[in-house]
Design a binder for this molecule. Sequence first.
Ligand SMILES: [Zn+2]
Length: 343
Amino acid sequence: MKKIIVIFIIFFIALFGLPIIFTKSNFNVGEKRIEENIIENVNIEETKEIKENNEQPYLYSQYSNIELLHSTTGEKEKLPLDTYLLGVVSAEMPAQFEQEALNAQAVVARTYTIYSIKNNNNKHEEADICDNPSCCQAWISKDDRLAKWDNNNKEEFWKKIEISVNTTKGKIITYDGEPIDAFFHSNSGGITEIPVNVWGGTDFPYLQSVQTSGEDAYAQYSSEVILSKEEFIKKIKEKYKNFEIDFNNKDCIKVVEYTNSNRVKTIQVGNIKISGIEFRNIVGLKSANFKVQTNENEIFFEVQGYGHGVGMSQTGADSMAKNGASYEEIIKHFYTGVELINL
Ligand SMILES: [Zn+2]
């Protein structure tokens, strides 16, 4: 009788118990999968990139995503840091440039971003950074970028941008262990400028004046501006209403002082004395490294370099890369005494 009861119990368990166990087990697995999917969706970009690069993820989890302010629309967009950097590198540097120059730009862009997040609190209220190049860094979406490139080299160019961000993943430039304020510009005219000569204030030990050869091979190296005397007077009067000038005086436009990097520091123009930077902005010159000539009707400016001249010169970086420099060498050339670290 006992035997029959035992057999009955085993039969009962087999009939009802096991399906319950399996069902519960499957339910648990399904639940876990759902949880994993949620986590995977949140970190989908990072997970994909980490797997592709087989590298460590960013240790500072707060830098995984950034809040980008679109300056024209006022809209904010949350982007994974590396996705944001693709848009910065492709907006800031011509993709025709050498791979190592693009890699240097990616590190500079990442450093600038981290520096901004750490130091520019409340500059854009809830956003970390904006896409206005004269405020923060330029940025362009992938779709807009591809639409502007020629069909023949679209894929090659985008691949180069991706390589620049992925091969430098997590790397930033530091001085004394802190991210640097990584200024950059288009063409230094052969020698970079120190920040105090551009914005005043104090200097940074890592932003020294350095020379780079080969920048004269680029279109950004030299430019000209020709203004009629009337146009010239009008431009200055927009800012200085009491401006007067006597073109019969041979010293009516005279450089008073040059910076150590050969840019105009102070200039006397008629009855006003202003900085070379302000003069450059008023007249619309590409840099403060210029020479002036006048003739009967016109004023002629011969300009060297493009941009403020502080930090990395992009064409200088490309020139160095053409001569075999790595992105680390390029960065250490333009930023004095710095180290590259992994975030
Ligand atoms: Zn901004």
